[in-house]
Every structure is written in C-alpha cells, then in structure tokens.
Design a protein around this ligand. Structure first.
Ligand code: ZN
Length: 285
C-alpha cells in the first residue's frame, strides 16, 4: 500500500500521473457556455471556442491526443475547425499546449502566447523552470506567431480578448477576459490561467525562477481586481464545471454566471499559496 502511495506521489510530482488522468482524455459533450463562448474540451481539460463572423478563436490545444477531440466538438456545434483563425493558451504546460503544433498545421491559425511562456512553447517544454528535465512533460516545439505582453488585446470579428499576465504557475501564465452580451445583458467573462502552486514548486530560493513568490502575489492582485460575472478556467475543476453543466438545461439562470464562486476560488487559492509560502519560509515546518 505504502509503495503504491509513493508511486502515486512520485507520479504526481513528475507529471506522469497528470498525463494519464482519465478525465483529461474523456470526451465531454460540447456546449454553449454563454453568448458566443463554447466549451469544446474534455471532461476536465478546458478548451474554449469563441466564435465571430470572421472566424474563431480557440483557447487551449491540450494534450497531443486532444486536437481530434476538440475538432469533433467544434463540428458537433455546427462550426468548422478550419475557421479557427487564432490559437491561444492558458499557460505553457503540456496539458494545455501540447496539441498546438497539430492544430496550427491543420487550421493554419495564428498562435499567440504571453512573452515569458514563449521560450518554453518554442523548445517544447525543455526550459520550463520545474518540468524542463522531465521528458514526459515535453511536447512538440511550436512556433509562436505573435508574442503577447501583459494587457495586450486579441481582436477578431468584433471580439476583444484581453491577455492578463498572471505568472507564478508558469512565467507567462495568462488569464483571458472578454465581455459578452447575452439576452440583452453585458457580462464579464474570466478564464483563469492557473493560480495553483504545484507539488514540488519551490517558492523560496528558486534558482530557476527567483521572483516566483512575487509573481504569485502579482497574480492574486490581478485576479482580485478583475470584474467577473462568468467564471471559467483552464480546468473544469477550477469552477466546478461538472456540477454546473447539468444545470444549463434547467432553463433558469446560467450556472456559469457565478461572481461569488470566482471570489471564493481566488480567496481559497491565495490562502493556499500564502500557507505554502509560510511553510517553505519556515524550512518546511
Ligand atoms: Zn499547469
């Protein structure tokens, strides 16, 4: 039993567990989240399609095996995969970006990535501060077509997405926001990049990422300040997608409109970060 637990813990920290997490490859029915924002991901790895009259924006290419699944979801919704003109990601980890090379090849989409994540994307994960040496976290290196800076806008067919740098989890981790109009009302949509401190992350004396703790603090300042009505994220688990999804058919209020859930999530993650930082500053006690 103990050895099984140890294998599990080892796998968790190396990412091997992550790659075989069944919820990451399990298909999930595609659906409209709100207005022109659609979910086209798997049971837990979130991909979003934002449609416009001039083509579509896709956020998160996920695993190397995911593009076929994403394509199928896009087509099930009645859209064309070849109409994806812009490809974005939440951050440069294999579970959100490994499918990018394939999606670029198939759709010829323009790949736009936050500046500090660009080297990691272009070397296939080898320069990642945490997982660079772990081969099972590597992915096909992919050329970035536009380097984004904090606050940059991505525009297509009347849609404006804003790239907020929320670093720490990766150096260029990105939280995407847009406003949508649904049934005559305006909503702020937030797609959280990741505020999580992964197992094994060094927040103190991290030679590969000296400013990691300050970066997480910046991330929480940004996330706390963002107006949020519709709460989404890089994993469905961030915003309890599996519990909310069935309620979309009830015909009542859209379950993804959840400003309180967003606030509670950010507060919970900030507390977890602060506790881990304190623990590491006290030498692990
Ligand atoms: Zn990640």
């Amino acid at each position: 039993m103990l050895s099984r637990i140890l294998i599990f813990l080892f796998a968790l920290t190396t990412g091997a567990y992550a790659q075989t997490n069944p919820d990451w490859t399990q298909p999930f029915p595609p659906y409209r989240v709100i207005a022109n924002v659609y979910y086209v991901g798997s049971k837990d790895l979130a991909s979003y399609l934002i449609t416009t009259p001039q083509g579509h924006i896709l956020i998160n290419s996920s695993l190397t095996s995911s593009p076929d699944l994403i394509k199928k979801s896009v087509e099930q919704l009645g859209f064309k995969f070849s109409d994806v003109k812009i490809l974005l990601i939440s951050h440069a980890h294999w579970d959100h970006c490994a499918g990018s090379a394939r999606i670029k090849q198939v759709t010829h989409a323009t790949y736009m990535v936050m500046d500090a994540d660009v080297p990691v994307i272009e070397d296939g994960g080898k320069s990642d501060f945490q997982y660079g040496k772990s081969a099972d976290s590597h992915f096909p290196p992919t050329k970035v077509d536009r380097v984004l800076q904090d606050g940059d806008e991505v525009r297509l067919g009347g849609v404006v997405l804003v790239a907020h740098k929320t670093p720490g989890h990766t150096k260029g981790c990105t939280t995407w926001t847009l406003t949508v109009v649904d049934k005559g009302k305006r909503y702020n949509v937030v797609i959280v990049g990741s505020p999580n401190v992964n197992p094994g992350y060094k927040l103190v004396n991290n030679k590969a990422y000296p400013q990691i703790a300050q970066d997480y603090e910046q991330t929480f300042r940004v996330l706390n300040a963002l107006p949020c009505d519709v709460f989404l994220g890089a994993h469905g688990s961030y915003y309890d997608m599996l519990a909310k999804y069935p309620r979309i058919k009830d015909g009542g209020e859209n379950p993804f409109i959840d400003p309180a859930g967003y606030k509670a999530y950010v507060a919970d993650r900030e507390q977890a970060f602060e506790a881990e930082l304190k623990k590491q500053e006290n030498g692990g006690k």
